[in-house]
Ligand binder design. Structure first.
Ligand code: FES
Length: 111
């Protein structure tokens, strides 16, 4: 069962898999999931990049994430459903994310 925690991320690298495409990349400790995917050439929907606009709202399928800010723009109910904001969240384990609007950038560099 996916977990959306309020604690900061662990200090190890994590693997991120974006479904349904199946693209995989690595996130460094304290790196937001949005930054990690963009670095690998995976573009998730985004706008503000500070946890307020909700453009990046995605579904956590498995694994655990933590937030880099105290009050991300998701409700308690959304957290329970596994919804989270990749622009202000870091992986606390290997994670699988469902984001059907993800696409490849011109600098695609993932497995
Ligand atoms: S890009 Fe605005 S909340 Fe993530």
């Amino acid at each position: 069962m996916p977990t959306v925690a309020s604690q900061p991320p662990q200090a190890t690298e994590s693997q991120i898999r974006i479904e349904p495409a199946g693209w995989v990349c690595t996130a460094a400790p304290l790196q937001s999931i949005l930054q990690a995917t963009q670095q690998a050439g995976i573009e998730l929907p985004s706008s503000c990049r500070n946890g307020t606009c909700r453009t990046c709202l995605s579904q956590l399928v498995s694994g655990e994430i933590g937030y880099l800010i105290e009050w991300p723009g998701v409700s308690a109910e959304e957290r329970q459903q596994g919804l989270f904001l990749p622009c202000v969240a870091c992986a606390r384990s290997d994670i699988v994310v469902d984001q059907s609007m993800a696409h490849r950038s011109s600098e695609f560099n993932v497995t």
